[in-house]
Design a protein around this ligand. Structure first.
Ligand code: CA
Length: 229
């Protein structure tokens, strides 16, 4: 359930907003002071903020700016004055929308729903953009640089991760140790092709069920290694 924070000092307005949003299935909390609202907004995981402009403690402009520095959560500004709306535009504070008082509660609910679903799509699409390789229980998240074996995370050093990812990104191709070394280690690196052998051994210990019968990284005797798909 989406959680909304209303920062509004006029209690009757805050309660009206809360009632309508709760009827639409949202969880709603109210703060009447700007400074307290700001503190909670920064600390707690809300999905959307509804901010009045004139507030005791800290005003809505300041709250909006401070939230935007840390979070992408949708912000809906509420104001009674046309001048304030111009100010919201002019300042480029990062508010997602504004609504003028008096407004109909159904309009507020519609705006809240629109911003929440847009934000959820945004978050969802980011997750999908993670570049992931998945082969028989082995999952390599190239974006997050994390490796999972049957759902369990394994810790990899930078070079182990780079080597595994390089092989898995070029499946069924045989690479010599020299090729792997020059692809993963930069030229100035101290080390030789024995480094590759050591790293392959460590990777196998982390991803293979039985290192004597590797199912992912195959040794091609006298040549090098191949990632089997
Ligand atoms: Ca006010």
């Amino acid at each position: 359930m989406s959680k909304i924070l209303i920062v509004e000092d006029e209690e009757s307005i805050a309660e009206l907003e809360k009632d309508y949003l709760e009827l639409s299935g949202f969880e709603v909390e109210i703060e009447n002071r700007g400074d307290v609202g700001l503190e909670r907004a920064l600390k707690e995981p809300f999905d959307l903020f509804i901010l009045d402009l004139m507030l005791p403690g800290t005003d809505g402009f300041e709250i909006c700016k401070r939230i935007r520095k840390e979070k992408d959560t949708p912000i809906l500004m509420v104001s009674a004055k046309k001048d304030d709306i111009d100010k919201i535009h002019g300042l480029g504070m990062g508010a997602d929308d504004y609504i003028t008082k008096p407004f109909s509660p159904s309009e507020l609910v519609a705006r809240v729903k629109a911003h929440l679903s847009r934000y959820e799509r945004l978050i969802g699409s980011n997750v999908h953009h993670n570049d992931v390789i998945e082969i028989r229980g082995l999952k390599i998240d190239k974006t997050a640089r994390r490796v999972f074996v049957n759902g369990e995370e394994r810790n990899f050093t930078t070079k182990e991760f780079d080597l595994l990812t390089f092989l898995a990104s070029n499946p069924n191709r045989v690479f010599t140790k020299e090729e792997l070394f020059s692809n993963i280690w930069d030229m100035e690196s101290i080390g030789d092709i024995a480094t590759v052998t050591v790293h392959i051994k460590k990777i196998r210990e982390k991803i293979e069920m039985d290192t004597s019968k590797p199912q992912y990284i195959e040794t091609i005797w006298g040549v090098g290694y191949r990632f089997k798909v």
